[in-house]
Design a binder for this molecule. Structure first.
Ligand code: BGC
Length: 725
């Protein structure tokens, strides 16, 4: 076996040798072609592959914790990985004194807003800038690969990792994924789109068998991965922990080979989630390329006999190595010094985090224009709640970044307005599990009473409530959709003593508000806003920035209204996605359910008028693009940003389709009185459904409706066109 391996290597080397002669002769004599940055990537791959023994190749198929294995003989560097997506998340391991064990010590870096917050900006340029900044920090911290972004669809509201992922909508998630990945990879850092696929709950995440129809996979759960591959050229895809339709995602040939590699043309490598591999031969043959964190199944001991027996072909191993090398050569890993140096959390990087945090804030309600707060209307402000003094930077688990200097709302507000307003503070209630050392032993009722009287004495009360990283985290789903630790009671009590009660939420996913929403004039969601969350909140509260975020996920009134109700968390080790295509607003639309706040909703301190919708041509031939134009005018008195949303409704179709689906959006910023034309081009992808029998996308002739609006439930303009035969 070894002999034949070497032989084929020599033949390959000879072929490649011919190809690279040119490039080589221009360079330093004796420099191996694979070491020469001037040689095209594919030739470098073949040259190096030909020099590797089978053992060396197999060695590369598993990691060493957070790195791939280097090869000293050939000078193949390790790929050094870091978690994301909220920033560069690294721990170093310090030995414990007098013990063989180690402690994780987080390395500080800039903490950006969580995934749902980024999606709430609806600003792809900004997300690309966030990705770029994260890529820069990864390079500075000597990392070559980000284990981010997380693009799983927010299927059920209690999903523990919803905060990490972007949206309930595949189109919005796709746009965010593409922007983030382009940003990260522009810095020659490999991005990893995760977790492929249908990893939408933490309940039994390591074992659950997710049963989903093929059409639903292609229309709802796959698009962000496909866009990452085909539009952003992502270099790495992480296979999920769960099973998909009976097969582990890490040993699922349909998923990893048929769809990802063959149909979508993925050229990079598939990395397993940490500990997600369960076998040797099926995994190797299904298309997984590297097992992390360490080799348990893709080891020399287990793989070599399988190769000898022919159960795993050498060409399969070569394909894995080619894919890893392709990514490594493409980011210049062989050609750069180990560390480029530099700093993290620089003023420029913080500024990006701050802009993202500010743009992500969604003003959900603002009755009587109680916001923004101005000294003309308000003198004293009571700041209340367990989140006032805590910067809710992010959710828990592998996404958690340790920032250098997180800014709490209280700090942000003091800095911005401490000399302008009289500020008072009360804790109001303690979040479960928080470090409350040093607090006087007060009962919950005492804390609430104290808060209510502090609120009563102020013109305005701002209540800072929500979840913490202990409540929304990787590893488990939320047990309840209500605010935890008695925060609903706190809001109720405060709103009774102060009619100008403003609720500021820090949540990464929907919470129920029914108990108090009608009692308070204003609510905003500041998400898990990264390290600048406190400054961003202050900026919006006092009107220095006009809120322009919009919900990337439906906020529901009742768990029973959720599409996943009755189909979550599953039983006997399996969960059936029986709601099919009807995830998020698609379900609320179909069943005419009133959400608390619809997908795409977000208010502004100014107003926008939509007009002059034109769709051309009105009769469209198959394959011909459709042009959509309209005007948006700022009819208020403040500059502001508006995410203009375009939904498509297929009026005549042989299969069941959602009432409407987001197919385009654009965020525009307008000065008072300014009008801007906004245009979109719709291609087949905006019209087609996935036909599982044909294994292809089909756009059926007939009438299509174009719906343009400010949210999924605030459609301002409609037009139709005809797709001809
Ligand atoms: C998570 C991944 C993460 C990996 C490494 C896993 O538990 O699911 O998202 O990248 O750990 O920390």
């Amino acid at each position: 076996m070894k002999t034949s391996l070497r032989c084929s290597s020599i033949i390959a080397a000879a072929i490649v040798g011919g190809l690279i002669l040119n490039a080589r002769s221009q360079d330093e004599p004796g420099l191996s072609p694979y070491k020469n940055p001037r040689v095209p990537v594919e030739q470098r791959i073949e040259d190096l592959l030909a020099r590797m023994t089978l053992e060396e190749k197999v060695e590369m198929l598993s990691g060493t914790g957070f790195d791939s294995k280097p090869n000293a003989r050939l000078g193949i560097p390790a790929i050094k990985m870091a978690d994301g997506p909220q920033g560069v998340r690294i721990n170093f391991w310090r030995p414990r004194r007098g013990s063989t064990r180690t402690n994780a010590v987080p390395v500080p870096s800039t903490a950006f807003p969580c995934g749902s917050a980024l999606a709430a900006t609806w600003d792809t340029d900004l997300i690309q800038q966030v990705g770029r900044t994260i890529g820069q920090e990864a390079r500075t911290l000597n990392k070559d690969m980000m284990l981010a972004p997380c693009v799983n669809i927010q299927r059920e509201p209690q999903g523990g990792r919803n905060f990490e992922s972007y949206s309930e909508d595949p189109y919005l998630a796709s746009r965010m994924a593409v922007a983030y990945i382009k940003g990260v990879q522009s810095q020659d850092v490999i991005a990893t789109v995760k977790h492929f696929a249908a990893n939408n709950q933490e309940f039994e995440r390591n074992t659950i068998n997710v049963k989903v129809d093929e059409r639903v996979l292609h229309e709802i759960y796959f698009p962000a991965f496909r866009a990452a591959v085909q539009e952003a050229g992502v270099w790495s895809v992480m296979s999920a922990y769960n099973k998909l339709n009976g097969a582990w995602c890490s040993e699922n040939p349909h998923l990893l080979t048929d769809v990802l590699k063959n149909r979508w043309g993925f050229k990079g490598f598939v990395v397993s989630d940490w500990g997600a591999v369960h076998s040797t031969v099926p995994t190797a043959n299904a298309g997984l390329d590297i097992e992390m964190p360490r080799g348990e199944f893709l080891t020399t001991e287990l793989l070599s006999p399988a190769i000898t027996s022919g159960e795993v072909k050498q060409s399969v191993i070569d394909d894995k190595i080619r894919r890893m090398l392709r990514a490594m050569f493409s980011i210049g890993l062989f050609d750069r010094p180990e560390s480029q140096g530099g700093e993290v959390d620089t003023p420029e990087q913080r500024a990006v985090a701050r802009t993202a945090a500010t743009e992500s804030i969604v003003l959900l309600k603002n009755a009587g224009d109680v916001l923004p707060l101005s000294p003309q209307k308000v003198r004293s402000i009571a700041l209340i709640g367990p989140n006032a003094t805590e910067a809710r930077v992010g959710g828990g688990g592998s996404a958690m970044v340790r920032p250098v200097n997180p800014v709490s709302p209280l700090d942000g507000i003091r800095l911005r307005a401490g000399t302008i307003f009289k500020l008072t503070y009360a804790l109001g209630c303690e979040l479960e599990g928080e470090n409350t050392e040093g607090l006087p032993a007060q009962t919950q009722a005492d804390l609430i009473n104290e808060a209510a009287s502090v609120a009563a004495a102020a013109d305005v009360a701002v209540v800072f409530v929500g979840d913490s990283a202990r409540v929304e985290s990787e590893g488990f789903d939320r047990k309840s959709l209500e605010l935890p630790s008695g925060q609903d009671e706190l809001i109720e009590a405060v709103s009774k003593t102060n009619k100008n009660t403003i609720v500021v939420l820090n949540v990464g996913a929907p919470v129920l508000m029914g108990r108090w929403i009608d009692q308070v004039p204003a609510v905003m969601n500041a998400w898990f806003g990264g390290e600048e969350v406190g400054n961003a909140i202050a900026t919006v509260l006092f009107g220095d920035a006009n809120p322009s975020g919009k919900l990337p996920v439906t906020f529901l009134k009742d768990w029973k209204d959720s599409p996943a109700y009755g189909h979550y968390p599953g039983e006997n080790g399996a969960v059936d996605y029986d709601e099919g295509l009807y995830v998020g607003y698609r379900f609320f639309d179909k069943h005419n359910i009133e959400p608390q706040f619809p997908f795409g909703h977000g208010l502004s301190y100014t107003t926008f008028e939509y007009s002059d919708l034109k769709v051309s041509p009105e009769r469209v031939a198959p394959g011909q693009p459709v042009q959509v134009r309209l005007n948006v005018r700022n009819t208020g008195t403040l500059e502001g940003g508006e995410a203009v949303q375009l939904y498509v409704h297929d009026v005549q179709c042989s299969v069941d389709r959602p009432v409407k689906e987001l197919k385009a959006f654009r965020k525009v910023t307008l000065k008072p009185g300014e009008t801007q034309p906004v245009s979109f081009t719709l291609d087949k992808s905006a019209l087609a459904f996935y036909d599982a029998t044909k294994r292809d996308w089909v756009a059926e002739p007939g009438t299509f409706e174009v719906l343009v609006g400010s949210s999924s439930r605030d459609i301002r303009l409609k037009a139709t066109f005809e797709l001809t035969k």
